[in-house]
Design a protein around this ligand. Structure first.
Ligand code: FAD
Length: 405
């Protein structure tokens, strides 16, 4: 799948990451993880101390899938507004999801502190601004649930927004304890710790076929070797859909710019993460080296040619969108790219089994908070593979569409 194109940023910040061999022998394991992006790396990290014999493979180099273009805002509120999740799933389930996402940020922070590769994790507040006056009501509905469940968030007025920022908005939710990080370093930080604990990692190991029996799965690699596994976790990102279609998943195109370092960010209150209620939305963050990252202006096309034909105009429009909010910060888009972005129709990520693929778990951390979703889903994978049952297993394994596909 042609996932992305343009001038990429994150891998330029870490030009000498750990390298792992390609598979050069037949092997057996308890758990085979397909995909060494942020989802596969998270599962490997979570399984490293379970006593299970774990193998991770990737067709390319680790972290060079969608993880490479992740803008890595680490937030607990997602594409679907909280009140919409409540309408779809009920209050208990929707707030369980939101709480798990908030807790996942703590888990990401804890793991980040243990890493030998610093993932540049930083706690950040978020400004979630109403794009129109009509959207104030939407924020009010969301704030009702956030305050009832004691999330550290405020509904703030236009006046307060204008006090702190050089732009205005009719209202906003200002929430605390989100975060940002460097997704490429984070990916390698997780894998490095998993590898150190005994997880075997093979890069540039492409699969050419498989056979699934009642008690085990056999995968064949293009270079002629065999992997026998009791369980398989498919964490192949948006390419998981080539293993197993899922009618709840939807692929679109998204765009992003990363600027040259900016001298003065003092106009940007606390370097908050900023996004909005419009769909598609424009969002922005800063980086540890003083750059600004602006993303959004999504298009519904799942075709790479169409996506790429709009890249230069999207780059220029993202600069303009930024300057509508921060007219006094002059920016230059040093890096810019277009990428496929996967979401789900109902707004929740998916972890499911399929009748045609026994012993397989499909982990689709789809949606704007892929890092947080990977973390939540990975904790469920760990429970399932060690004989436990996670409280949210049924919530994420819904998807009758998947069973029918
Ligand atoms: C433009 C953009 C902005 C985003 N912004 C955010 C954000 O701000 N915050 C956030 O949390 N998330 C964000 N996301 C989502 C985030 O990038 C994804 O959720 C995350 O990268 C998914 O990681 P993954 O490991 O599931 O997929 P990937 O990183 O794509 O990893 C999958 C891996 O599987 C490998 N693979 C695929 N098929 C095979 C096969 N057959 N055999 C072997 N290996 C295989 C691939 O090579 C790849 O390395 C964004 C995504 C995009 C595109």
């Amino acid at each position: 799948m042609d996932l992305q194109s343009g001038r990429f940023y994150w891998d330029t910040t870490f030009i000498d990451p750990p390298e792992y061999p390609s598979l050069a022998e037949d092997i057996q394991c308890d758990v085979l993880i397909i995909g060494a992006g942020s989802s596969g790396a998270q599962v490997a990290y979570d399984l490293k101390d379970t006593g299970l014999n774990v193998v991770v493979i990737d067709q390319y180099k680790a972290g060079m899938g969608s993880t490479r273009t992740n803008t890595a805002l680490v937030q607990y509120l997602g594409d679907k507004m909280t009140y919409e999740l409540v309408n779809s799933f009920g209050e208990e389930a929707a707030m369980m999801h939101t709480t798990l996402c908030r807790d996942a940020i703590n888990h990401i922070e804890k793991a980040s502190k243990k890493m030998r590769i610093n993932p540049d994790f930083r706690r950040r507040d978020t400004l979630y601004r109403a794009s129109t006056v009509e959207d104030i009501e939407k924020l009010k509905k969301d704030f009702h649930f956030l305050s009832t469940y004691k999330f550290d968030a405020d509904l703030i007025t236009q006046k307060k927004i204008e006090k702190h920022y050089p732009f205005t908005a009719p209202a906003a939710i200002y929430s605390k304890n989100d975060a940002d990080l460097n997704p490429f370093k984070h990916n390698h930080g997780l894998l490095d710790l998993a590898h150190e604990a005994g997880v075997r990692v093979y890069e540039q190991t492409e699969i050419s076929g498989k056979k699934i029996n009642a008690d085990r799965c056999t995968y064949y690699t293009k270079s002629g070797f065999v992997i026998e596994a009791k369980h398989v976790v498919v964490a192949a990102g948006y390419e998981s859909l080539t293993f197993q279609k899922n009618k709840n998943a939807v692929l679109e195109s998204s765009y992003c710019i990363v600027t040259s370092p900016v001298d003065d960010l003092s106009d940007w209150y606390r370097e908050t993460l900023i996004w909005e209620t419009a769909r598609p939305y424009v969002y922005m963050r800063t980086t540890v080296d003083g750059r600004i990252l602006v993303g959004g202006l999504d298009e519904t096309t799942p075709y790479p040619d169409r996506r790429d034909s709009m890249l230069l105009s999207k780059r220029d429009n993202l600069v303009k969108e930024f300057n509508k909010l921060f007219p006094d910060i002059s920016i230059e888009a040093e890096y810019y790219y277009g990428a496929f972005f996967g979401g789900t129709h109902d707004g929740l990520p998916i972890l499911y089994e399929h009748k045609d693929s026994p012993h397989h778990l499909f982990l689709l951390a789809y949606g704007d908070n892929g890092l947080v979703y990977s973390n939540v889903l990975s904790s469920i994978v760990k429970e399932k593979l060690t004989g436990g049952k996670h409280e949210a297993e049924d919530l994420y394994s819904r998807s009758p569409a998947a069973i029918r596909s």
